[in-house]
Structures are given as C-alpha cells and as structure tokens.
Ligand binder design. Structure first.
Ligand code: ZN
Length: 239
C-alpha cells in the first residue's frame, strides 16, 4: 500500500491543487488527509470539495472543529480567530456538514492517523519536543502514528529521538514512530513550499515531498478577501 498523507491545507487552494496534480503521476493507492482543511486561507469551499473528492479518509482538525462551532476559539490567536469567523460566513451548509462528520482518528493495521496526538486527539495538544513524543510513543499501540497540527515536518522515533531526513527507512520490527507530515497550505519551517509525505508500507519507506506552488495567488486572495495580511505574508517565507 502506498499512502500520500497530507495535512493542514488551510483553505490554500493553489497549494492543494499543486499537490494533487503532482500525485497524479505517482503510483499512490490512497490519499489520507489529517485535517485542518480550512482556516487561515481564502478558498475553504474549493478545498473541502477537493478533499472530499480525492481523500477517502479525512480527519477532524482543530480549525475544522472551530469552524463548525465545536472548539472554542478562545485559545486561538487573533488572526486564526478572525479567519475562523470569516470561514464560517463563507462555507456552504453542504461543506459544513462534511466537516461535521469528520472523525478524530483512523486506524489501518499498524498505522494510526490523527491530527494532533494519538491520545485524546480531540484535546488538540501539540507534539513539539522529543520529551513529549516519547510519552506518546510509549503509549502508542500501533507502529506508526501520522500527525499534523504543528506544521513542522519531522520524525520522532523511540530509539532515535527527533530528526528530519527527506527519505527514511523505517524499522518497524524494532522501533515505533510519530511522523509529522508538515503542512500543505501553511508551512512553518522557513520553507514556503507545500509539504506532505508518501509512505510505502511494503518497503517501510517514508518520503517527505516539497513542492513549489503559485504562492502569490493565495497571497492576493487573502488580501482581496480582507483576511489579516499577516496570513498572506507568512506564506511567502513559510513561518
Ligand atoms: Zn493547522
């Protein structure tokens, strides 16, 4: 099985389209989305429609949850909060009902998919340090857990700690992994290119993919829709 695992699209249609176009030419069995389809960006409806068309599985992200009124935006920063209420006004009833049906977790054999953390994914905690990752890895029943949420791509392993490599041979016999797939629509690792992973289960081979996309298109749409300008400028440098 070859999975493409994408996350944190955040209504960035230009980035999502680039990723889907690229994946047409790769032998992918399944595209799984870890959530945060909306929030921050200017094209929520188009992104939800593309995800529902291309991904059999899409999970609930904290921004999706906030947009359907189920997560309090109290702990969101001001930009995120503004974008959530803008998205609530823009999103069609049909697309809102799709977001309402998203699950918090999905399991396939020895792989767990969540947006935030493997334990209580609905609490939206972050896995940012080796210390935090170790806690979750010890409690992880599966061999691999794919997460998004922080928008910072990388791997945490029980044996090797935290690291980033573009290509990783996993050792599922002797180790367990939390893989942060990064963000398609709002990368925050100082690289503005869209980020996601491809994972081949038979070879236990993980690949991080980065793609340039027409970022100025999303930039212009954020400004034109009077969303906070910071949400546009951050895309240019990926922070
Ligand atoms: Zn996010």
């Amino acid at each position: 099985m070859i999975y493409a695992v994408i996350s944190d699209i955040h209504s960035n249609l230009a980035a999502l389209q680039q990723v889907l176009d690229y994946l047409k030419d790769r032998p992918i069995d399944e595209i799984i989305c870890l959530g945060d389809v909306v929030g921050y960006g200017p094209r929520p409806n188009e992104c939800v429609e593309l995800v529902r068309k291309h991904c059999r599985i899409c999970l609930m992200g904290n921004h999706d949850h906030a947009v359907i009124g189920k997560t309090d935006t109290y702990y969101f920063n001001q930009y995120a909060r503004e974008a959530v209420s803008w998205t609530q006004r823009k999103l069609t009833t049909y697309n809102k009902s799709y977001l309402e049906g998203l699950p918090f977790a999905h399991r396939e054999e020895d792989i767990l998919f969540v947006h935030s953390t493997p334990l209580h994914p609905e609490e939206w905690h972050y896995i940012l340090s080796e210390y935090e990752a170790k806690y979750y890895l010890k409690h992880l029943a599966e061999k691999i857990c794919f997460v998004g949420h922080s928008h910072i791509p990388g791997v945490f392993s029980l044996k090797k700690g935290g690291f980033f490599q573009e290509e990783v041979d996993l050792d599922l016999e002797h180790d367990k992994y939390i893989v942060n797939v990064g963000s398609v629509g709002q990368p925050r690792d100082n690289d503005p290119r869209a980020c996601f992973v491809i994972y081949d289960t038979s070879r236990q081979f993980l690949e991080f993919v980065r793609l340039e996309y027409p970022v100025e298109q999303t930039y212009d749409e954020i400004i034109a829709n009077k969303l906070p300008p910071f949400l546009a400028t951050r895309l240019l440098r990926g922070y």
